[in-house]
Ligand binder design. Structure first.
Ligand code: ARG
Length: 435
């Protein structure tokens, strides 16, 4: 292998080099098109300060476009011929353009190169996350509307507690995924700063047009200080992972609830056949593997976050350790976004058995309504509570529907305020429509 930094005098130890490269060429496949995009901006920036002639700029940009096309068509595959994606881009340009290609790395280090490519990846990933959260929230809202008047036991401590509704349950998840979308959008804004032009972490002796690359790559702002820019590697990744983790926390909760509700013991929900799998030995079984693997996905993100925290115990500046932040980030987002993409279909096909739900509502579950009603009429609440407790079996007067209609505290079953949630959804600006 030819290394960018090779000097023809020292032989490299291939075994050591293999260890250093690790799975970098495989992982960089996911970052390569971002790296090419940022390289185009870098080249244009160099031309703007006179370091490349218009002809050289044009040759390099045409070459980079061609490489991007080959990458997209699968004609160029990053492999062990290269140390990493960054080396591959330069090698490819040198092979095609000779000396002009050797100019591409002027004023740039692989340290800011990997930062900018990763930043562009994270921006897209977060935008996709916003989109998934939005569609998921919309599915929950649709279900909340449909099931607004369907009674369902409200549990605390896993014990039947009060009458609630399926609509309340769905609206809860709608609000959760709106919050998750808002967080992902905020994280997107937080990390949307341009690291390109900070070089190895100390800037360079050129008046690089960093404002140009900032707008060319559609960053909101410049990430100014070169030392901090290096130090933000992993730190920004953590913020992105945290946003993903928040969404998957709610995926896990939804999956857990369904895992209970689809059991024969509850019988509240039946999943459609295509969302379940069969057993290899038990002909009678349909298994909810989907909800179980959705539940397990939060663990992947949690693992990535833990790995990231461990790597980041470092002093200032670039260290090769930082290369190991790439794997967890890419893995967690691949799996996490895939999980998110299954949610809308799952939510829309979560259909409840109203008879079973009704069967799980006991007269004693009106006791709280009764106590509060007495308090409303003037009895001190503690006395009303005691009275309702003694009357437990006599509180059969109410019906589940009546109990729901009366639960008018904002957000509760009789007053879900779905419009408020719809308005929050409409305010989201960054959302890539999920594929
Ligand atoms: N693969 C490296 C990484 O991800 C690229 C940067 C290499 N920089 C260096 N100074 N060796 O960190």
């Amino acid at each position: 292998m030819n290394y960018l930094w090779g000097n023809n005098t020292t032989d490299v130890d291939e075994r050591v080099m293999r260890f250093l490269a690790a799975d970098d060429v495989i992982l960089d496949r996911q970052l390569l098109h971002y790296d090419i995009q940022a390289t185009v901006a870098h080249v244009e920036g160099l031309a703007r300060i006179g370091l490349l002639s218009p002809a050289e700029q044009s040759d390099l940009c045409t070459g980079l476009d061609e490489l991007a096309r080959q990458v997209a068509d699968g004609k160029f595959v990053l492999d062990e011929r290269y140390e990493d994606g960054h080396s591959a881009i330069e090698a490819w340009l040198v092979e095609r353009l000779g000396e002009v290609g050797e100019k591409v790395h002027t004023g740039r280090s692989r340290n800011d190169q990997v930062l900018v490519a990763t930043r562009l990846f994270m921006r897209d990933a977060l935008e996709e996350l916003v989109g998934h959260c939005r569609v998921t929230a919309e599915a929950c809202l649709a279900q909340a509307r449909d099931y607004a008047h369907t009674p369902m036991p409200g549990y605390t401590h896993m014990q039947r507690a009060v009458v609630s509704s399926v609509g309340t349950w769905f609206a809860g998840f709608a609000e959760a995924f709106i919050d998750n979308a808002v967080l992902a959008e905020a994280s997107h804004n937080w990390i949307n700063a341009n690291p390109l032009g900070t070089a190895a972490g100390y800037g360079v002796n050129l008046l690089l047009d960093r404002d140009y690359t900032t707008s060319a790559l559609a960053f909101d702002r410049l990430q100014l200080n070169p030392v901090y820019t290096q130090n933000s590697r992993g730190k920004f990744e953590l913020q992105a992972l945290n946003s993903l983790g928040q969404a998957l926390l709610d995926v896990r909760r939804y999956a857990w609830d369904l895992s209970l509700f689809t059991s024969s013991e509850f019988g509240f929900v039946k999943l459609p056949e295509q969302l379940t799998t069969g057993s290899s030995i038990m002909p009678n079984k349909r298994n909810p593997d989907l909800i179980e693997l959705l539940r397990a996905t939060h663990g992947v993100v949690q693992g990535a976050i833990t790995e990231m925290h461990a790597v980041l115990s470092l002093p200032s500046g670039y260290h090769r350790d930082l290369q190991t932040t790439k794997g967890p980030l890419l893995r967690a987002f691949a799996r996490g976004l895939e999980a998110m993409s299954c949610m809308p279909a799952l939510i829309l096909s979560t259909s409840f058995n109203e008879e079973k739900l009704r069967g799980a509502i006991e007269p004693a579950m009106y006791a709280t309504d009764q106590a509060i009603e007495n308090a409303r009429q003037g009895m001190p609440f503690r006395q009303a509570y005691r009275a309702a407790k003694t009357d437990l079996v006599d509180t059969t007067e109410s019906t589940p529907e009546e109990s729901l209609t009366k639960k008018v505290s904002p957000g509760a079953a009789g007053n879900l305020c779905l419009e408020t949630l719809e308005q929050r959804l409409a305010k989201l600006t960054r959302a890539k429509v999920p594929k």
